[in-house]
Design a protein around this ligand. Structure first.
Ligand code: SF4
Length: 462
């Protein structure tokens, strides 16, 4: 089979994998070698169907020996199959890198014979890239559940980020829809990777391996949304515990796209992209805004409201904590205002050191007043025309969502230029890697990055 045919098959087979994102690792360019990474994250964009394209996202093989009900590559499907040799994959990646098509590699695979055999082939390809071609760019490798610890170590020292898909929010759904995978065979390597990252594996088993930093960009995971009956409450609780227990960098949600007919799978008239979007917003609130999972959702209301974003929903349920006075509220309270993101809250705090803020000033600071205006006062007064009534606010905010939906969600998958809305609650999806690191280290602290200071200074006429 020609390389181009293989690439067509294996890149197409990889498009359902959503777990690729900024790298969060620094590695400078080196004379005689290729590529570099920066902590701010490699740039990435999205193809017409909303999937990431800056990384070469590809499978090593789609000749899978498992038979997961939801997967296009499952054994029982009659689809064209292909497998890259290690050399082919390495040459392809380097060729694309040299042409400036990509900045890194996202490598996953179907289970070729068994998990160890597959992982060995993946390691072989990545080792060629690293050692023979001197590639220092970003590599995200998917580990196969059930892979031995020795191979996980090898993969972890070659790749920057590792991930193992949790697949479903419950063990029951996993057993039903992915009979080849057991929950334990997923949890165990997750724990192993976490410990490896923590210890950075300076133990004996690594002494034979040249690079000794283990998965410096951390680990992530992915679960499919809408193919199984779990509620948003169960999904977010699991995701919170994955962040806590396994120190995940990201938990990705992948809206279920029906590719097979199977009585075990729900009939899907519409890919649940809006639900995926709301889950990402809730996830963002927990990671960057100091919200606890129980504040975002509870067992009595186990699904996120699709009409308004989770932060606005929280605000309406806690209307007694509003309105918030922009000129006096502490940073943590500003963060809780719908329409005010991490950057916006920081800008407000910095700008009000200069003078008392008015609504016009907030526009100049890029605060999304369309949402924030219902929940704030400036110098003790509401914005013009605001009726401070939860029902009225709900109606107004859901109207905004409907307008957005007609543009973004109901017409199908995201386009190249919609990429920012994937994770964007109040503009928070546009927080850069550098800012994310600052937020993490400061535990929701004020974000005085050079860019924010510069913007406020220019606004203040300095
Ligand atoms: S293991 Fe399951 S989900 Fe993964 S490629 Fe094979 S059939 Fe698809």
């Amino acid at each position: 089979m020609e390389m181009l045919d293989k690439l067509t098959i294996l890149a197409d087979a990889a498009k359902y994998d959503v777990a690729c994102t900024s790298c969060g690792v620094d590695r400078k360019a080196k004379k005689g070698q290729l590529g570099s990474t920066t902590r701010a994250g490699i740039c990435h964009s999205f193809s017409a169907d909303g999937r990431c394209i800056t990384l070469l996202k590809v499978l090593l093989s789609n000749a899978c020996s498992y038979d997961c009900a939801y997967c296009v590559n499952r054994r029982s499907n009659d689809v064209p199959r292909a497998t890259f040799s290690a050399r082919e994959l390495a040459e392809l990646t380097i060729g694309f890198y040299r042409r400036n098509y990509i900045e890194g590699l996202f490598l996953s695979s179907g289970v070729l014979r068994n998990p160890d055999y597959t992982t060995e082939r993946m390691c072989e390809a990545i080792a060629l890239l690293r050692d023979e071609y001197g590639f220092r760019g970003y590599i995200h490798a998917k580990a196969i559940p059930g892979t031995s610890e020795e191979l996980l170590i090898r993969l972890g020292v070659l790749a920057d980020r590792m991930s193992i898909n949790i697949e479903f929010p419950s063990a029951q759904s996993l057993n039903l829809l992915a009979p080849g995978k057991a929950r334990q065979s997923i949890i165990q390597p997750m724990r192993f990777v976490r410990d490896g990252i923590k210890a950075n594996y300076q133990d004996k088993r690594l002494s034979t391996v040249r690079r000794t930093r283990f998965a410096p960009a951390g680990q992530s995971t992915q679960m499919i949304i809408g193919a199984s009956p779990e509620s948003d409450f169960q999904i977010l609780k699991l995701s919170a515990s994955l962040y806590q227990t396994f120190e995940m960098r990201r938990v990705f949600f992948s809206a279920y796209i029906p590719v097979n007919t199977n009585p075990l799978l729900p009939p899907v008239r519409e890919v649940p992209l809006l639900r995926e979007h709301r889950l990402y917003q809730a996830d963002w609130l927990m990671r960057f805004y100091g919200f606890d999972v129980t504040e975002v959702i509870d067992e009595r209301h186990p699904y996120l409201d699709l009409q308004i974003d989770p932060k606005a929903n929280w605000a309406l349920n806690h209307i007694d904590e509003f309105p918030i006075e922009i000129n006096r509220a502490p940073y943590e309270s500003l963060l809780r205002i719908p329409g005010v993101g991490v950057r916006g809250a920081s800008r407000i705090v910095m700008a009000r050191r200069e003078r008392r803020l008015r609504f016009e000033d907030l526009c100049r600071l890029n605060i999304i007043l369309k949402r924030a205006r219902y929940f704030i006062t400036c110098n003790g007064v509401f914005a013009p025309d605001v009726i401070f009534d939860p029902l009225h606010i709900y109606e107004q905010l859901s109207r905004v969502t409907k307008q957005n939906q007609s543009n973004k969600f109901l017409k199908g998958q995201l386009s190249l230029f919609d990429a920012s809305c994937v994770n964007n609650s109040d503009g928070i999806g546009s927080v850069s890697g550098q800012e994310q690191t600052a937020i993490r280290s400061g535990k929701f602290g004020l974000l005085e990055t050079p860019a924010a200071v510069e913007q406020v200074a220019s606004y203040a006429g300095k």
